[in-house]
Design a protein around this ligand. Structure first.
Ligand SMILES: [Zn+2]
Length: 288
C-alpha cells in the first residue's frame, strides 16, 4: 500500500515522515521512455512530494518543477492535499548522468499553489547542488525555510521510498540543540538500500533505539493523474475564445493531451461554444 507515516520525538526536538510508494508507480513512469538515470531522478522526485506535503497547511498543490535546455528539458512532480502524486519529465531517451549533470543549465523551483483564490501562490528556487535531489531539497529547507532538515530518497524500479527528519522550533521542545544534533547524526546514517528493505518501525528501532518516538497513523497516498474534462475546460477558458476559435478554424476541433497520463480530451466546435456560453452565464461572484 502507498502510504505516508509521520512520527515525532517525544522530546519535541524533531518530527519526520516516511513514504512508501509502489502502486501506480510503474504505470506513471512507464508512460514515456525514460533513461535509467532520468527514471530514477523522477522516482526520487515522486517520493519527495508527499514528504513536502507534510508542510501543506491548506488545500492546494505543491509543484516541484524543472526547466532546462542542456540535458533534461522539463521535470514536474506534483502532490495535492489528498496526497495524490503525479510526475513526468521530458528528456532525451539516452540521457544519463549525475544529479547535477541531468539538471545542468536549468532552474529547479518549488511552487506552493493554494486552491483558495485569496491566497497567493509562492515560488522558491531549489539550488541544484550536492549529489542528489535529496541534498538539493535539504539545502532548500536550510536556506529558504531556515529549518534544519534531513532527507533521504530511494528509487528502485517501481519501489520508491522517502524519509524526512526536521528540527522543530526548540522553544516549545523539552529537548535542546544537542538533542537535535544527536538524532540528526543518527538519522544521517540511513542508507537508501535500508529504506527499500525495512519498514518504518524497523528503521526507527535501528536508528533511534534509545529515543522515544511516537508514530502516527499512516495516510494513504495515491500515484495517479487527477486530470479531468472540467480541468481541461478551465484551461480552454483561460486560453480565451479567440485562441480557441483559431485552433478550431485550423484543426476542426480542439484536442488536448494530458502530459502526465497521455489521456486525450477533445472538444468540437459546438462543445467549445457551449463551454464559453456557460462560463459567460456563471455569476461573477466566484471569479474576481
Ligand atoms: Zn492526466
Amino acid at each position: 500500500m502507498n502510504r505516508l507515516t509521520g512520527f515525532v520525538f517525544e522530546n519535541k526536538v524533531a518530527h519526520g515522515a516516511f513514504v512508501e510508494l509502489s502502486e501506480g508507480v510503474g504505470e506513471m513512469l512507464g508512460r514515456r521512455a525514460y533513461s535509467g538515470d532520468v527514471r530514477k531522478l523522477l522516482g526520487e522526485a515522486m517520493a519527495a512530494m508527499p514528504l513536502l506535503a507534510t508542510h501543506l497547511g491548506y488545500e492546494g498543490r505543491i509543484n516541484l518543477q524543472f526547466q532546462g535546455e542542456d540535458a533534461v528539458k522539463m521535470l514536474v512532480a506534483q502532490v495535492d492535499h489528498h496526497l495524490e502524486v503525479r510526475a513526468m519529465a521530458k528528456a532525451p531517451e539516452d540521457l544519463q548522468g549525475s544529479f547535477t549533470g541531468l539538471l545542468r543549465g536549468g532552474v529547479l523551483a518549488l511552487m506552493l499553489e493554494p486552491n483558495a483564490e485569496h491566497r497567493e501562490s509562492t515560488q522558491a528556487s531549489v539550488p541544484i547542488e550536492g549529489t542528489s535531489l535529496a541534498q538539493a531539497l535539504e539545502a532548500y529547507f536550510t536556506q529558504s525555510e531556515q529549518l534544519p532538515t534531513l532527507i533521504r530518497l530511494a528509487a528502485d524500479g517501481d519501489r520508491l521510498r522517502g524519509f524526512l527528519l526536521q528540527r522543530m522550533p526548540l522553544e516549545d521542545a523539552r529537548g535542546g540543540e544537542e538533542d537535535w544534533e544527536h538524532v540528526s547524526i543518527l538519522a544521517a546514517t540511513l542508507k537508501p538500500e535500508e529504506m527499500l528493505q525495512a519498514d518504518l518501525a524497523t528503521l526507527l528501532g535501528r536508528l533511534f533505539a534509545e529515543e522515544e518516538v511516537r508514530v502516527f497513523e499512516p495516510r494513504p497516498v495515491t500515484v495517479a493523474c487527477r486530470c479531468s474534462r472540467a480541468g481541461i475546460s478551465r484551461l480552454l477558458l483561460s486560453l480565451g475564445r479567440e485562441e480557441c476559435d483559431s485552433i478550431l478554424a485550423e484543426q476542426g476541433r480542439i484536442a488536448v493531451t494530458c502530459e502526465f497520463c497521455g489521456k486525450e480530451y477533445a472538444f468540437t466546435q459546438f462543445e467549445t461554444a457551449e463551454l464559453f456560453a456557460a462560463a459567460g452565464a456563471v455569476p461573477s461572484t466566484t471569479r474576481h
